[in-house]
Structures are given as structure tokens and as C-alpha cells.
Design a protein around this ligand. Structure first.
Ligand code: BGC
Length: 756
């Protein structure tokens, strides 16, 4: 291959560069443009799209691939990348699954796998070779407009669901002879920008990067992840696209990544225009490639090709460096069988729109919402007792609001563009309450004025009111917000409904939690619905009627105040203002608000009850990193309904050499429990995996000392010692007790393996 041909493999263009002018995201190929770019610049990859019918994609992909094969001297197929983020969302008529934040709430990795399966079944035949998912960023900052794309704030949940998604995308055999590459994004630390806005600076110490942000990517890499997309923002002031420490030292050397690192959108030129760490585009190109970028999503220009060539000619980039990146791209193409099967096919298009996949999306939605409050068992509303139901709010009849961004198009589409066979909330409630009058009313007139008097009057006539709150779809920076508070008009709407004295059920639909403190008190039941996708209307209606028993648990900490965003795995000092520190008289001056709804990570109500009992450990001491400890607990469904319960096991390192999180999820497992059924659930504790934490360089630190295990309301303590120990050493009681000499005072760098 010539140098230019290799550089072409490193270049990725948006479809607007090869479409007829004005076609935007639509799929209408301008063959002459495409041929020119392949012939003259050897472009090896194209991206993007919007939902068009499968046959249109088929023609487009086939035409483009024919051009690539014909115009490239060595007949190298192009690889097509696309943002199918929750199902094959850029193909018309497909199953739209819940967004990742909802899958996180399900605590069920099988649903992530099913989402991946539907994605490839409904798109691989169309020439969609490279899926720009999953988002493996940690959802720790509820302001961040991409929060809903994450699996939530817990590293283990993100790692487990993310890896399940990656494995299915890359190893599904039903799409044979095709294979598809996944793209884990956005490496690394993208999701916690200090000011909450997209693509801005994050301040994250190396130790935290290792402990919290690395595991989801590591799990995906260990599962064979073929590509990563890079964080468009900065960490500690260093743009990640220019960071050799992150893209080479960490990603390649420490984490063992062998695949393709692709830039995000225009991120090389952003080093000049926005981040201002390079004086010009050529310098930025050098920085990015030198740091470890393999492919540039330029995505509109071919400047990258010119600058890389000049940099090689000038000796600033070596041929070997180019070979490495072009080689990785070609290897990915080879691994997915693109050389043998470059062309899409149209003989299995009946798979697209398969009702079985849609049914799975509905089933996923059922597990993905969380009942946060249910005062006096206001829910379920038994259909036999409800004669009149009022449904009001911006999401009452909105399919767009249930689906969020990345649905049909980047920012979603206008309401009329969504398939009519996807039930809105009102339609689904009508189906669930066939004998009731299910009414909806606009809460604004055409001029935008609130119609609260009408709402109050209608509410008084109804047996119950469903408040379908929410927000229009948004994606990336267009969703930046400076205020998480539920918009004032929706608060007024909630109050107008509450004033009727009728039971009110509040549905919190949207990509990030709104602060609802002002209206939560007066509401009988609250459901966090997130972005449940096309099955959302049905799932919510069934939960309201009681046909479905909710089983979701919060995958993040629901903020109560706009000014205090916390995560459940915070340090000891972060949430515990000890007023006695200030001396007598100050005890009563602390923050007083106590939420009337569940807001903690892992919380969620059900229509049945579960009893946890008999937590037992196979030993009270774990000696040496090769030993394991078996914990068991009995979980019983003691209530009147069948249900599903995610059993969450947390560990606390009681005293650490650095401040340790108050607790960390270390194991979870969701099971169905019929009413009356009990099961023994187990967690095998492996010291290196479960008790150690990484230092700033990623070396696992395994500390001698006491650990607390929690599951449900049960807890037990045990001790880890690296060497022989007297069996009768007694446990210190309570926080702050004096530990036996040696406990947690010694930090050993563990013998083997990396942190997970
Ligand atoms: C987003 C990525 C996406 C890419 C391609 C970017 O703006 O940050 O997540 O994959 O566009 O559409």
C-alpha cells in the first residue's frame, strides 16, 4: 500500500460529504462525490444516517461499497459506522429499546444483550458494519446531557451490562456471514465534566480514573472490544485527543487494548478552535496521531490526509506509526469478514420489524422503570375501580419523549414522524383500563398559556390523575442545562392536579432526573421512567394498572437539590456533616430536608415485599489473596405478588490508606421470585477482585483489615489478612474503633493481575 492509501484507511467522513447537497442526514448518495473521495483520498470509512426504510439503506450501502471496491486500487471495502444506540435506531420500523440508563435500572445484563442482538439483526444485512455503542461512560453527573446514554453511576453495572452488549454485537452468529464491530465510548472520563456541560473539562485524579472510569472499558476490552471512541473533552486540562498518557500508556500498555481508536466528531480541529492547545490543524493532527489516534472522524474534510502525509514526509511521524494505525483498521475490517462479505444483502429483510424483537423491547421497558414512592399503596390503580382517569403533561401523547435522543435521528424527530403503532402513554392506558374513561387535556393553549383551571376541574372529576412529565429529546451539547429543577410550568401543573385531592401518579420521563422536591410531597406515587423507548407507554400503563410488578432499582443517586449532586460511592466525609464538630448549639442547624421518595442508588419499590435473612459467611477471616469467602443470604418473596428482585451486594473497606467509598457494589444478580418463594443467593468474595482498589497507576492495593458486607438490610463483617492470623482476633465494634495493630495500616501491592 502507498502512504496515501494507508492514510485513507485512517480517515472517516460523514455521509454529508458523499450525499447530494442538501440531503443532510438523509441517505441519497452522490456517486460522483463518493468515487472522487475514494479514488483521490482512499477514504476507508463513512458514517452516520437517519432512519430510512431498510431497502433505501440497502441500495445506499451497496452503491457505496461498490464504489469503494471499484475505486480503491487494492479493492479494499469501506467500513460504515453508525449510532445505533438503543436498537437499530437509524433504520425505520425497528425495535427501539430503553436507553442505557433504563437498562442500568433493570440490573439485568440479559436486556443489554437483547438490545445488542436486536441492533445487529435489524441492521447488519444493510451494511452497518460498525456500531458506535455502547457508551461506557459512568453516569455520575446528572447535569451532563448524555447521562441517559450511560448505565448509571456504578462501575460494576456499567462493566457488566456494557460487556454483555459488546459480546453480543461482536459474536452474534445469526447475522452470519456478517460480523459487526462495537465501539466503546468515550474513552475516558467524558461523563463528569466539572460544569456539567458536554465536551468540557473534567477534573479527575488518576486514582479515581482507575477505580471508577476504567472498569467498564476494561471489561469491554477483556470481552474483545474492537474499537474505542475518544472523549471529546479534557481531563485536568489536557484534551484527551492529545493525551499520550491516556491513549497510549493507559489504553494500550496498561489496559491491553489492541483495536482501533477513533476520534470523535471533528475533535482534531477542535484542538485548535476550541481547546486551543494547537496553533493550527497540522499541529493538532500531529498531536492526535502521536498521542495514539488511529482514525480521524474528520468528518467533513480531507485535510487530515494532507497533514499526515506532510508530517511523515517531514519525519515528524514515522512510516511505522502509520502502518500501526492503518494496520489496526485493516485488521478490524478483516476480523469482521468485510473482505469476504463486503456487500449488504436483501433476502432477509423480513427480520427487520420482527414483532418478537419489539416484544423484547417492551419487556425490557417493563424492567427498566423505578417506583420511587407509593404512599398508602396508591398504586396499582385497579382497573375495576377506576372509572375515569386523567392523563396530563408534556409526555401524555409523546412517543418522542419516551424515546429521547438518538431515535430516528440525532436529536429525535418531530412527533408526527414516530410510528403510529407505538402506543403513547394515553393509548396504552386506554388499553389497560378498557372500562374507564381515560382522558387527556392540553395544559397549555396555542399561545403557551397554562390552562390550569381546566386541569383542576377535570382532575376533580377523575378517580386519579397521571402526571406525564418530561422533556423533548436532546442529544449532546444541545441538551446542556444549567438547572435540573422541574420546569416551573410542570410544577404548576402538578400542583393543580394535587389540589383536586385525587390520587396523583407522577411519571418522571426524561434523560436525567429533575429536581422534584417542590411537588413530590403532595404526590401519591412517583415513577422514575427515564427513557424507556417504544415499549415505555405499555410498560408504564401496565405498572399503573398492576399487570406488571415493577422491579427496577435506581442506577444512580436521585438528586434532591440542584446544588448537591452526590453519588452513592462517595467518600465518608462527603455526606456526613458532623455538626458536633462545630461545638454546642450547632447540632440543629444542619440540612433538614428528608425526601419523601426513594433517592438512593439501588432503591426501588415493588408491589410485593422481599425479606432478606440469615446472611452467613463461610469464614470470618480471609487469609491471603488466593483464598475466597462465600457469603449466602436467604431472600424470600413475602408479599402477595410474583416479582423480580435484583439482589445487590455491597462492600465497605472500613479503614483505607486513602479515603474509601462508603460502600461499593461488588456483585448483583436478578432473579424471579414467585410469591412465597425463597432462594439462597450467594456471593463469592475474591480478595483481589473485590477487596482491592487501584492506586493512581492502576496497581491493585489490597489492605489488611476489616470489611463490611451488606445485602438488603443484612450486614456482616470479616477480616482480610495477607499472612497467618490468630483466629480469635475480635472485631472492633462501630465506626472509629481502634483497630488491632496492623489492621489497614499496611498496604500491599498485590501480587498479580490488574484491577477490574
Ligand atoms: C458523538 C458520538 C457519535 C459521533 C458520530 C459525536 O458527536 O459524540 O457519540 O458516535 O458523533 O455520530
Amino acid at each position: 500500500m502507498t502512504l496515501e492509501e494507508k492514510i485513507g484507511q485512517m480517515t472517516q467522513l460523514n455521509l454529508s460529504a458523499i450525499n447530494h447537497t442538501g440531503a443532510g442526514g438523509d441517505v441519497t448518495l452522490d456517486s460522483a462525490k463518493a468515487a472522487g473521495l475514494v479514488r483521490n483520498f482512499h477514504i476507508g470509512s463513512f458514517i452516520n444516517g437517519e432512519a430510512v426504510p431498510a431497502t433505501q439503506w440497502l441500495h445506499y450501502s451497496a452503491a457505496l461499497q461498490r464504489i469503494a471496491l471499484r475505486e480503491s486500487r487494492l479493492h479494499i471495502p469501506m467500513i460504515y459506522g453508525i449510532d445505533h444506540m438503543h436498537g437499530a435506531s437509524y433504520v425505520s420500523g425497528t425495535a427501539i429499546f430503553p436507553h442505557n440508563i433504563n437498562l442500568g435500572a433493570s440490573f439485568n445484563p440479559e436486556l443489554a444483550r437483547q438490545t445488542a442482538r436486536a441492533t445487529v439483526l435489524e441492521s447488519a444485512d444493510l451494511g452497518h458494519h460498525w456500531i458506535f455503542a455502547p457508551v461506557l461512560d459512568l453516569g455520575v453527573n446528572t447535569y451532563w446531557p448524555r447521562f441517559y446514554e450511560t448505565y448509571g453511576e456504578d462501575p460494576l453495572v456499567a462493566a457488566t451490562l456494557g460487556a454483555a452488549f459488546v459480546r453480543e454485537i461482536q459474536t452474534n452468529t445469526e447475522i452470519a456471514p456478517y460480523k459487526v464491530a462495537a465501539c466503546g465510548k468515550h474513552f475516558l472520563g467524558y461523563s463528569d465534566p466539572r460544569n456539567g456541560w458536554d465536551r468540557t473539562n473534567a477534573l479527575i485524579p488518576d486514582q479515581r480514573l482507575q477505580e471508577f472510569f476504567r472498569p467498564s472499558f476494561q471489561a469491554a476490552i477483556d470481552s474483545g472490544l474492537k474499537s474505542i471512541m475518544i472523549n471529546s473533552g479534557e481531563i485536568n486540562g489536557e484534551p484527551v485527543h492529545a493525551s499520550k498518557a491516556i491513549l497510549t500508556d493507559l489504553l494500550r500498555r496498561q489496559m491491553g487494548f489492541k483495536g482501533v481508536a477513533v476520534t470523535d466528531w471533528e475533535d482534531i480541529i477542535r484542538l485548535v478552535r476550541v481547546q486551543k492547545v494547537a496553533a493550527n490543524e497540522k499541529e493538532a493532527t500531529w498531536m492526535a496521531v502521536d498521542a495514539g489516534v488511529d482514525m480521524a472522524m474528520t468528518p467533513y474534510t480531507t485535510n487530515f490526509c494532507r497533514y499526515v502525509k506532510e508530517l511523515v514526509q517531514e519525519g515528524r511521524l514515522t512510516q511505522a506509526r502509520i502502518d500501526l494505525s492503518a494496520g489496526r483498521v485493516l485488521q478490524m475490517k478483516d476480523e469482521i469478514g468485510l473482505f469476504e462479505n463486503p456487500m449488504p444483502r436483501g433476502d432477509r429483510l423480513n427480520r427487520i420489524g420482527d414483532p418478537a424483537l419489539r416484544a423484547q423491547a417492551v419487556a425490557a421497558a417493563r424492567e427498566s422503570v423505578v417506583l420511587l414512592k407509593n404512599e398508602q399503596n396508591a398504586l396499582p390503580l385497579a382497573p375495576a375501580r377506576v372509572k375515569r382517569l386523567l392523563v396530563v403533561g408534556p409526555s401524555a401523547e409523546s412517543r418522542a419523549n419516551l424515546s429521547g435522543g438518538w431515535t430516528l435521528a440525532w436529536q429525535g424527530r418531530a412527533e408526527e414522524a414516530y410510528p403510529k403503532d407505538v402506543p403513547t402513554l394515553v393509548e396504552a392506558l386506554r388499553k389497560e383500563f378498557p372500562n374507564a374513561r381515560v382522558e387527556t387535556l392540553p395544559y397549555r393553549d396555542t399561545k403557551g398559556n397554562l390552562l390550569l383551571t381546566n386541569i383542576s376541574a377535570a382532575a376533580r372529576q377523575a378517580d386519579a390523575v397521571v402526571l406525564a412529565l418530561g422533556e423533548r429529546p436532546y442529544t449532546e451539547g444541545l441538551g446542556n442545562t444549567s438547572d435540573l429543577t422541574l420546569p416551573d410550568d410542570q410544577q404548576q401543573l402538578a400542583r393543580a392536579a394535587q389540589a383536586s385531592g385525587k390520587p396523583t401518579v407522577m411519571l418522571l420521563i426524561g434523560g436525567r432526573p429533575s429536581i422534584v422536591r417542590g411537588v413530590a410531597e403532595g404526590t401519591s406515587a412517583i415513577i422514575w421512567a427515564g427513557l424507556p423507548g417504544y415499549g415505555g407507554g405499555t410498560a408504564l400503563a401496565e405498572i399503573i394498572s398492576g399487570k406488571t410488578n415493577p422491579s427496577g432499582k435506581l442506577p444512580f443517586t436521585y438528586p434532591q437539590f440542584a446544588g448537591h449532586i452526590a453519588n452513592y460511592h462517595h467518600d465518608n466525609n462527603e455526606n456526613s456533616l458532623d455538626l458536633s464538630d462545630f461545638g454546642a448549639g450547632f447540632e440543629k442547624r444542619g440540612p433538614k430536608y428528608k425526601s419523601s421518595m426513594r433517592t438512593e442508588f439501588g432503591e426501588g419499590l415493588s408491589y410485593t415485599t422481599y425479606a432478606y435473612s440469615g446472611l452467613a459467611l463461610s469464614d470470618s477471616v480471609l487469609t491471603g489473596s488466593a483464598a475466597t469467602l462465600r457469603a449466602t443470604v436467604r431472600v424470600a418473596n413475602t408479599g402477595p405478588r410474583d416479582g423480580q428482585e435484583a439482589v445487590l451486594w455491597f462492600l465497605t473497606d472500613e479503614v483505607g490508606r486513602i479515603a474509601r467509598p462508603v460502600r461499593l457494589l461488588k456483585h448483583f444478580e436478578k432473579q424471579a421470585f414467585a410469591t412465597g418463594q425463597a432462594r439462597e443467593m450467594t456471593f463469592t468474595i475474591d480478595p483481589l477482585h473485590d477487596l482491592s482498589y487501584p492506586d493512581a497507576q492502576g496497581r491493585p492495593q489490597l489492605e489488611d483489615g476489616w470489611y463490611t458486607l451488606r445485602v438488603g438490610a443484612q450486614s456482616a463483617r470479616f477480616r482480610y489478612v495477607s499472612g497467618p492470623v490468630a483466629r480469635n482476633a475480635t472485631a472492633p465494634s462501630g465506626t472509629g474503633a481502634v483497630l488491632p495493630a496492623g489492621s489497614n495500616t499496611r498496604t500491599a501491592t498485590a501480587e498479580a493481575g490488574g484491577p477490574r
